[in-house]
Design a protein around this ligand. Structure first.
Ligand code: BES
Ligand code: ZN
Ligand code: ZN
Length: 458
């Protein structure tokens, strides 16, 4: 919980290298405090307790980490701002506190009952701003929790139920296409991926429509509730954590949650494709040729490149039936993302330079870095099939794996489009504020981008 004003007699203060207010300087001297990054010490003065956390000479992400550390010491603290930019401090501290407050322990008998309350010693005029930052971070938490649901619980059916509940809560309209409806519409790509599963396949379309929308945006999400690889089955080590392959769909839901709660003047359509990718006697096979919703045929070379097939139908649906000004998609699409970017950034792939540059710029501010990749025409060569319009992998050795996946998606979009490959940041391990579990990256990034895009890309 975040409040303006004092909430307890435990105070948190982040110590930068340099000067501080006199009373604080005195205490720091007494305990010989060093402002090294995340160095922590506690000072008691009467019934007051001060938690000092060093942040060195850095700004930005270190503040999210520092507030998480302060909250780990004491669940209820009052934050005293230092001399850095005040809005920036509020944003980082609120984000850090909200993200850290999600514990991923809902399946344990003994849950951590600690409640977090953060008081901010700031002017009341920041109330609206604080609420906005909080809502966006909570929407990321919504996505993180959903993404982390185990595969036996977070099934396609469960996700549909969840989407219906979200729509009801937020007053969104919702359309659900089940297997029968998908068949009728000719959405054979998602149906092929689903063929080996005993669970359903769904495309869910949620709409948020404000009174006078300035732009119309569609957000697609890959929602594979478990990716075993299909007949080209994954080895155990790579199958582990593949319940998180629905993260893209969860992020898309998180974005519409924030947009609707903040009543942003943007019409938002979220379209998520939900199914498992598993083995069964009916599972789709390599060498199959299937026709996607936009009429293009796809030759299957690898059944583990399934996310792009689901998105082929979802993106076709967006360009045929929604026709937005901008299309975005979130997908844990390629393992190769971790090879190129490690765990510190997601990939941005676009047919519009302005969009990918905007993602890069806003990403750095939002604390969710996105790096633009090339989308040169040459890569299409790698996707040419002898027997169909396109094949579902670019090469057997993984060359340009993430780019060719993005180029594949491009066959199914019309208009300005940006694809986020979020596989590199699917999961955190012992992270200062994400803890251990799904990150669901992109909610903060895209909501902040939409604020700019209201007035067109520039
Ligand atoms: N869901 C995976 C990608 C993935 C891997 C995400 C690891 C997060 C962590 C995707 O469906 C997949 O299996 N991709 C293959 C593509 C290959 C067969 C061309 C991959 O990345 O190896
Ligand atoms: Zn796969
Ligand atoms: Zn996958």
């Amino acid at each position: 919980m975040i409040k303006i004003g004092k909430v307890s007699n435990t105070f948190a203060y982040f110590v930068r290298k340099g000067k501080h207010p006199k009373n604080i300087e005195k205490m720091l001297k007494k305990i010989k405090f060093k402002a090294d990054e995340l160095n922590t010490d506690v000072f008691r003065a009467g019934n007051k307790k001060y938690i000092f956390i060093g942040i060195g000479s850095k700004k930005g992400d270190i503040l999210r980490k520092a507030i998480a550390k302060a909250l780990s010491i004491e669940g209820k603290i009052t934050y005293i701002p230092n001399d850095l930019d005040i809005e920036e401090q509020i944003r980082l501290v609120v984000e850090g506190a909200v993200l850290y407050s999600l514990k991923f322990d809902e399946f344990k008998a003994k849950r951590d009952k600690k409640r977090y309350v953060l008081g901010l010693m700031v002017d009341r005029k920041f109330k609206r701003f604080i609420n906005k930052v909080k809502v966006i971070a909570e929407s990321q938490n919504y996505a993180r929790r959903l993404a982390g649901l185990p595969p036996n619980i977070g099934t396609p059916e469960y996700m549909v139920k969840e989407a219906r509940e979200l729509a009801k809560k937020l007053g969104l309209s919702i359309k659900v296409f089940d297997k029968k409806a998908l068949k009728r519409k000719g959405m054979n790509a998602i149906l092929s991926v689903n063929a080996g599963s005993d669970k359903g396949a769904f495309i869910v379309h949620l709409t948020y429509k404000p009174e006078k929308p300035r732009i119309k945006v569609a957000i697609a999400g890959k929602g594979i509730t478990f990716d075993a690889g299909g007949l080209d089955v994954k080895p155990a080590r790579y199958m582990f954590n593949m319940h998180l392959d629905k993260t893209g769909a969860c992020v898309a839901l998180g974005v519409i949650r924030a947009v609707a709660l903040l009543k942003m003047p943007v019409e938002v359509h979220v379209v998520i494709g939900l199914t498992e990718n598993v083995i069964g006697s009916k599972a789709y096979k390599p060498n199959s040729i299937i026709k996607a919703y936009n009429g293009k045929t796809i030759e299957i070379l690898h059944t583990d490149a399934e996310g792009r097939l689901v998105l082929a139908d979802v993106l076709s649906y967006i360009s045929k039936d929604i026709k937005p000004n901008y299309t975005f998609d979130f997908a844990t699409l390629t393992g190769a993302m971790s090879i190129s970017l490690g765990k510190y950034a997601i990939g941005a792939f676009s047919n519009d330079k302005c969009l990918s540059e905007l993602a890069k710029k806003i990403g750095e501010k939002a604390g969710e870095k996105a790096w633009p990749f090339p989308m040169w025409e040459e890569y299409n060569e790698m996707l040419k099939s002898d027997f169909a319009d396109v094949k579902n992998i670019g090469s057997w050795n993984g060359d340009a794996g993430s780019i060719t996946a993005a180029k594949f998606l491009e066959h199914f979009v019309k208009g300005k489009w940006l694809h986020f490959d979020i596989a590199s940041m699917m999961i955190a391990e012992k992270h200062p504020y994400y803890r251990t579990g799904p990150i669901a990256p992109g909610v903060r990034l895209l909501v902040n981008m939409l604020e700019v895009l209201e007035n067109g890309c520039r």
